[in-house]
Write a protein that binds this ligand. Structure first.
Ligand code: GL1
Ligand code: MG
Length: 216
């Protein structure tokens, strides 16, 4: 039997991935760099500064800015992103998420968040689901981002289970790779992308039952 769940946030719990895309696209445009949805797939699950570095490299501007300038650019993106979240509330939970979390709670299955986003606690609070999670991994404590397994291993440890007993949920390819490298069972959630390496892929969490998943 599996013993716990580890969730990505953006694109799994709520559709904030679209707001990250808008904010990155606008910042890139100001720098004369055009990004599209295909390129955006490679940003999913990637930390704020690493995302900026990837965008600059994509536009051949990786050597054009000082560290301070890059920090200011990342902050600017975050300010726009946070503005886009102003109306975020329970209605923005993705389909099936609330029901799944309730089912997990009824069975006393611990849940943790493994997101690269520094905004995770604020977002979970706005969504009204903060209390369902035993722990939110602080991305500042990580040596390496996804696809490294570190964030998933830390998430399992934080809810006192072994990685092999955990199930991870992800919408991004880098995340699926991290979950598998941690030795967990990987559930991919995407309507549009083929998430290579996932043990199971669904279009939304409405397709999942806690009881059935625990015995995979
Ligand atoms: C960071 C990036 C986002 C996204 C998330 C992970 O979030 O900026 O584009 O890749 O990590 O889902 P944040 O800026 O909220 O720390
Ligand atoms: Mg995600």
């Amino acid at each position: 039997m599996k013993k716990g769940f580890v969730f990505d946030l953006d694109g799994v719990i709520t559709d904030t991935a679209k707001f990250h895309y808008i904010a990155w696209k606008n910042l890139a445009a100001e720098l004369g760099i055009t990004i599209n949805e295909t390129f955006n797939e490679t940003l999913k699950g990637i930390s704020r500064m690493d995302s900026l570095e990837k965008i600059l490299a994509y536009g051949h501007k990786e050597n054009d800015f000082t560290t301070e300038e890059k920090e200011a650019l990342a902050q600017k993106k975050n300010e726009e992103y946070v503005k886009l979240l102003a109306d975020l509330s329970e209605k923005d939970l993705l389909p099936g998420v609330h029901n799944f979390l309730v089912q997990a709670k009824e069975r006393s299955i611990p849940c943790a968040i493994a997101s690269a986003s520094k905004n995770a606690p604020m977002i979970l609070e706005k969504l009204g689901v903060l209390d369902f999670f035993g722990h939110i991994v602080d991305p500042e404590t990580l040596k390496k981002g996804k696809p490294d397994p570190e964030i998933f291993v830390k998430a399992a440890e934080s809810i006192k289970i072994e990685s092999k007993d955990a199930i991870g949920f992800e919408d991004a390819q880098a995340g699926i790779e991290g979950i598998k490298a941690a030795g967990m069972y990987a559930v991919g959630i995407s309507e549009t992308e083929n998430l290579a390496g996932a043990d199971l892929q669904v279009a939304s969490m409405t397709e999942l039952s806690v009881e059935k998943l625990l015995t995979v």
